[in-house]
Design a binder for this molecule. Structure first.
Ligand code: UDP
Length: 342
């Protein structure tokens, strides 16, 4: 036990979108985040709070060295692949990294006597919901390998909890959105598949248009409804979950969402309002596997974890994403003109 020291948290995937925001929230709460990332999708320049350790979650020796060096008190496990379509065509990539990689993390924790873990799970573990809003005890019937890979890890956590007294909380996110309010970090996927960054790309002219996947859903305006949640609010829930574990809360999962949703059309309209630009929109066919509406019940996260959503409005999510988009694309443009000049 370390006394009078910052509690250290090993953050796998700390260079990714939600992981980097969690590192900031951890640092602000007095923890020391140590990012462990192989930078396959993460960004070195987003590791701004605490040390960075390059490594793959499947690399046992590297994990041992990092656990030995930093002696973490807990783990936050974000490192995972998250492209649903790719998980269908290349399931082995998802089972290897998301499932075997998580097993490798859990085994390293056992070897090094670390008992506490917050796991980044997903609403994709529910599949097509029978009832809305989706509560934590709704049936988990994922419809793609990505969702199945995350559900398998939840099941591993439960088994490790029973066998090794591992203490865990799984957080099932709905749609993460927005960016850090200070503009330090934001969403930067490559390839980008998420609605809000694609819409902002169309607003700024980086892409010619955005395609709406389906206009004939059984929703008020015919387009899909999703429960968008500001990424900084997701990050704060991770800190609350960690504290709850450390204070002895029994292992369980929590949904993280707003409890209300916005349609694709509403997102585009909000982006037009915030950016002051017309967004060229193509009305396309449905994307396979998209349910009409996904809405979380996050009552437990509020009432049991004490989670307060500081940025519930779509304007806050699209607004911070736009600030980030402008800053990010300005610096990309500056690099480009420097390269061209030299
Ligand atoms: N969507 C869309 N066009 C796009 C990307 C997404 O219409 O180019 C829709 C998608 O069908 C879904 C919503 O936007 O209803 C959010 O999709 P996203 O991929 O951002 O997150 P998901 O809900 O799949 O996790």
């Amino acid at each position: 036990m370390k006394y009078n020291m910052k509690r250290t948290v090993l953050v796998t995937g700390g260079g990714g979108y939600i992981g980097a925001h969690a590192c900031k929230a951890l640092a602000e709460a007095g923890y020391e985040p140590v990012t462990y990332d192989n930078l396959s999708y993460g960004h070195r320049e987003h590791v701004l709070w605490g040390p960075f350790e390059y490594g793959d979650i499947l690399d046992r020796e590297r994990l041992d060295a990092v656990f030995e060096k930093h002696k973490p008190d807990a783990v936050m496990h974000f490192a995972a692949f998250a492209y649903v379509g790719e998980s269908v065509t290349n399931p082995e990539k998802y089972y290897r990294n998301n499932v075997a990689g998580s097993l490798s993390i859990l085994e390293a924790m056992i070897r090094h006597g670390v008992k506490d873990i917050v796991f980044s799970s997903t609403c994709a573990t529910y599949g097509i919901p029978e009832n809305l809003p989706i509560s934590e005890d709704s049936p988990q019937k994922p419809i793609n390998p990505y969702g199945r890979s995350k559900l398998m890890v939840e099941e591993m956590l439960a088994d490790f909890g029973r066998a090794h007294r591992l203490r865990w909380i799984a957080l099932r996110y709905f749609n993460a959105a927005g960016a850090d309010e200070e503009g330090d970090i934001g969403e930067a996927h490559d390839p980008e598949t998420h609605l809000i960054p694609l819409v902002l790309d169309a607003a700024s002219g980086k892409r010619p248009s955005v395609t709406v996947f389906g206009t004939d859903y059984d929703t008020p305006d015919g387009t899909c409804v999703r429960d968008y949640k500001h990424v900084a609010d997701l990050a704060s829930a991770h800190v609350l979950a960690l504290k709850a574990i450390q204070e002895g809360m029994a292992p369980r999962a929590f949904n993280l969402g707003n409890g209300s949703g916005y349609s694709v059309r509403e997102v585009i309209e909000e982006a037009e309002r915030i950016t002051g630009r017309a967004i060229s929109t193509e009305w396309g066919a449905r994307r396979e596997g998209d349910p009409a509406r996904l809405i979380a019940s996050a009552t437990d996260a509020r009432e049991i974890l004490g989670w307060v959503s500081a940025r519930p409005g779509l304007n806050q999510m699209v607004g911070t994403a736009w600030t980030w988009h402008c800053k990010n694309n300005l610096s990309a443009a500056a690099h480009l003109s420097k390269d061209t000049a030299s």
